[in-house]
Ligand binder design. Sequence first.
Ligand code: SF4
Length: 461
Amino acid sequence: MIPSPMTLTEKVLARASGKTHVQPGDNVWVNVDVLMTHDVCGPGTIGVFKREFGKDAKVWDRNRVVIIPDHYIFTADSMSNRNVDILRDFVREQELPYFYDVIDDPSGHWKFDASQGQLQRQYGSRYTGVCHTTLPWKGHTRPGEVLFGTDSHTCMAGAFNQFATGIGNTDAGFILGTGKLLIKVPESMRFYLEGNLPPGVMAKDVILHVIGEIGFDGATYRAMQWEGPGVHGMSMDDRMTIANMAIEAGGKNGIFPCDQKTLDYVRERVEENGTKSAFEPAEIDRDQSFVYDRVFDLSKLEPTVACHPDPGNRKTAKELEHVTLDRAYIGSCTGGKTSDFLAFAEVVRGKTVKIDTFGVPATTKVVQELKDTLWGGQSVWQILESAGVRLTENASCAACLGGPVDTFGRLNKPMKCISATNRNFPGRMGNKESEVYLASPYTVAASALTGHITDPRTFIS
Ligand code: SF4
């Protein structure tokens, strides 16, 4: 008998639950491949685990738990510093191999030294930075697998053909004890991409355009499946940017097909880091069934902005040239990758920004790559600094979600900020009266140069 076709998400969930077939609405127990948690939700997750499974309980599989402090790290807030210590104590007790600690001493205590300022490195040799960018870099994302994380942007790993989604502390505590979770199979929406992105237009514009099309709740509890020749032309970084923002449309997950680029990327990183190398990609079936199916021509897209107060409030950059700005910000899992900073640097190179501009690399590897990449004898890091960008070596989430009041780049008073991050609900980057405009690194860079929202094609030939 020919098996009924399934979408990519259904296929991954069927396999993870030991079934030959699942359909939207089914409730299935899935075996978890990787559970990730961080400094904000980790302590709560550990609390649930200890309460429900006993204070001497052991996690279900120490090789499948990844702990990444990244959110409130470079702050003098003592409770935030203490959260990282709680993670360290748990890692030591459970002998977990994958903990990307901010300090090297496994019995030490983390304390941010504010007197050294925010710009210079204050981390040890194992620290990595933002969790969603760390996971692929360190070889924890593999096609066909199931990844849960205590963070809504866990969906970013869908770029690697896996089912990846955010969960709360209670579910995460349950997974720590059992390695399983009961979930409802989501309906799938297909976004079929054709053509190539024109100059000045980036993957960020694609996802902002799509969210504007369907609304910030347009994919609620649905899988956003990306397909088509336009997808295969994209880099893995581009796919990550798009998958990352599935949750900004309410999506349960975003998922991409596995192609040679995926395989090359994943194989290189699992080998480099000695993580699990075996995996089974989910292949695309013919005659899949979707609740929404639309073709998007990439060549028709323009630089796009999501206006205050939500990620679905779409306009083109050109329509917003009257909006004056107080600040520009480049960083986060979505917009702080090396490729994002290179695009930004392309625009600001040899020029000077007109408004306060903050740069926060997503990971410590991004910091290194920006320092190692030379353009005309100057590092990209130097080029950005010469343009007036305030760059920190302390890779982290920083002001992407506001954080304690001393967080680098935080909006501490009402202001208008254009940002390469992923979320702009009121108060997201600090002050509740602020307005955040989400855009691509190109558009953020062009706007930083002029002081108002600017179509980057003004600067890109
Ligand atoms: S960078 Fe922003 S979106 Fe990404 S994990 Fe951190 S807070 Fe969340």
